[in-house]
Design a protein around this ligand. Structure first.
Ligand code: GP9
Ligand code: MN
Length: 425
C-alpha cells in the first residue's frame, strides 16, 4: 500500500549517502560497460597457482592507474544466484529470501539503471550466450527498460563454441562486437559471461594452465575456466582500446557470486593455503571483485566495506546522476556517509568492525568470537539495520511498491516498447 511505500522510502532516505564531490559526475555522459564475471571471487585477484598468475588481465585491470577497485566488496545473492546479482546491480534492491525475484517478480514496476540512463539519452543492451528465458530475463529486462537483449538466438551456437550453459566466452565477446557497434552512444551495455560456471568443464584445447590439485575436480578446474575467462576479457579489452571505446566508457567488472559452495570450502582452502576454513572464513570468502575504470580518474584500491546493493548508487554518482530520489537500499561506496554494514541475504552480515554469522558476532580484524556479554548497542543497531534493510526491500518486491512511487523526473517504463526477437533473413 501507499503507507508501506512511504515507510520504505523513509528508510532509504534516512540512509541516503551524499555524493562525494571529488567523484560526482567525473564520468558524465560516458558509455557504461559492465562485464559480469561469472562465479568470480576476489581470491582470484593476484592469486598465483604454481607460481603463475591465474588471471593476469583482470589483475592488471584491478591495478590500472585509472581503476577504482574495491577489495572489501561482497556478493549478497540468495537462491537466485546470477539473477539476484543482476537485481541488485540494476535496482539496488535485494533478491528475495527464497527463489529468484527475476522469476517471481518479473512483471513488477522497476526504476532500473537502464531506464534511468535511457532518460539521460542512453541506448542500452545486454549480451548473453544463453536462451533469453533463462531466469525469466526476457520478461524482466523489459521492465528494467533494456532496449536490446542479444541472447543465444543472435549468436552462432555451433557445437564447438558451446559448453555447459551456452556460448563460450571467447566466441561470445568476438561475436558481440558487431552488435555492440549497432548501439548509439552513449550506451549502457552489459556482457554476462558463462564459461567460468560450475562444474567448470573445459576442453584440453582451451585449458592454458594446469588444474589445481586439491582432489575436488570442480575446484581444481575452476582455475582453468577462470584463466579462459581472463583470456576472453583480454581479447575484448584489446578491441575496446583499438576502437577508442576504452577512452570514452566507464568499464565496470564485478563477480556475481561464489563459485565454490560452502561444502567444498576445505578443498578450496587447501589451494588457498588455509587448512581450517571456519564459518568466519567462509563469510570472508564471499568477497567478489568490483572495479570501475574511469578514463582520466586517478585510480586506487578502496578498502571500504560494501556489497552488490551499493553498486548502482556508486555508478550513478560517477555519471553525475544523483540517486537521492530513487528507492534504493545501497549507498555510494565513494561517499563519506557510505554505510559499511553489508547484509547477506540470510540475515548474516559483515562490516569493517564486526561480522555476524549464524547468531555469533566476530571481531572483523581478528576473527575472534565476541562473547554475548560484550555485544554492544552499536552491534545490535547494525543487526537491526540489516533486518530492516532486507525486510523493506522484500516488501517493495512482494507488494510491487514501486507502483505507488515515481521519482522526480522519471518516466515509467512500458514493456510493450521492447521486442527482443531476432529478425532473420
Ligand atoms: C545463466 C547464467 C548462470 O544464463 O547466467 O546463472 P547462475 O546459475 O550462475 O545463476
Ligand atoms: Mn552466476
Amino acid at each position: 500500500s501507499g503507507t508501506d511505500t512511504q515507510q520504505a522510502l523513509d528508510f532509504t532516505k534516512k540512509n541516503y549517502a551524499e555524493p562525494n564531490s571529488k567523484y560526482f559526475g567525473v564520468a558524465k555522459n560516458k558509455n557504461v560497460i559492465y562485464i559480469h564475471l561469472e562465479s568470480f571471487q576476489q581470491y582470484l585477484i593476484d592469486f598465483k597457482l604454481n607460481g603463475e598468475e591465474v588471471t593476469p588481465t583482470i589483475n592488471k585491470f584491478f591495478h590500472d592507474k585509472e581503476t577504482i577497485a574495491f577489495d572489501n566488496y561482497f556478493h549478497q545473492v540468495g537462491q537466485g544466484k546470477t539473477s539476484d546479482a543482476e537485481m541488485m546491480l540494476e535496482n539496488s534492491l535485494y533478491g528475495l529470501a527464497s527463489g529468484s525475484a527475476f522469476t517471481s517478480k518479473g512483471n513488477n514496476v522497476y526504476q532500473s539503471q537502464p531506464a534511468i540512463l535511457g532518460q539521460h539519452g542512453y541506448d542500452s543492451a545486454v549480451f548473453h550466450g544463453n536462451t533469453r528465458s533463462f531466469w525469466n530475463r526476457d520478461a524482466i529486462y523489459k521492465e528494467f527498460g533494456i532496449k536490446n537483449f542479444f541472447d543465444s538466438s543472435y549468436y552462432d551456437m555451433n557445437e564447438n563454441d558451446t559448453l555447459n550453459y551456452g556460448l563460450k566466452d571467447k566466441p561470445f565477446f568476438k561475436e558481440s562486437i558487431p552488435m555492440l557497434e549497432t548501439l548509439k552512444q552513449p550506451f549502457y551495455a552489459k556482457f554476462i559471461t558463462l564459461s567460468n560456471h560450475f562444474p567448470y568443464p573445459i576442453s584440453e584445447e582451451d585449458a592454458t594452465i594446469k588444474p589445481a590439485t586439491s582432489g575436488d575436480s570442480t575446484v581444481d578446474s575452476s582455475f582453468q575456466t577462470a584463466r579462459y575467462l581472463d583470456e576472453a576479457v583480454k581479447q575484448f579489452m584489446t578491441y575496446l582500446k583499438k576502437s577508442g571505446l576504452y577512452d570514452n566508457s566507464v568499464i565496470v567488472m564485478y563477480g556475481d557470486h561464489y563459485g565454490t559452495s560452502e561444502n567444498r570450502s576445505s578443498a578450496l582452502g587447501e589451494v588457498l593455503g588455509n587448512d581450517d576454513v571456519t564459518p568466519f572464513d567462509v563469510a570472508q570468502l564471499q568477497r567478489v571483485p568490483f572495479m570501475v575504470h574511469v578514463p582520466g580518474v586517478k585510480g586506487f584500491v578502496d578498502h571500504s566495506y560494501g556489497g552488490q546493493i551499493d553498486t548502482l548508487p556508486t555508478v550513478l554518482h560517477l555519471l553525475g546522476i544523483d540517486s537521492k530520489d530513487y528507492l534504493q537500499f545501497g549507498t555510494d561506496m565513494l561517499s563519506k556517509q557510505h554505510n559499511q554494514t553489508v547484509p547477506f541475504r540470510n540475515g548474516n552480515f559483515v562490516s569493517d568492525k564486526v561480522s555476524y554469522i549464524n547468531g555469533v558476532f566476530y571481531d572483523q580484524k581478528t576473527g575472534a568470537v565476541i562473547p554475548s556479554d560484550k555485544v554492544t548497542d552499536e552491534m545490535k543497531a547494525q543487526h537491526n539495520y540489516v533486518n530492516n534493510s532486507l525486510g523493506f526491500s522484500d516488501k517493495v518486491l512482494q507488494q510491487d511498491l514501486l507502483r505507488f512511487y515515481t521519482p522526480k523526473g522519471f518516466k515509467a517504463t512500458d514493456r510493450s516498447d521492447y521486442n527482443y526477437n531476432h529478425q532473420t533473413g
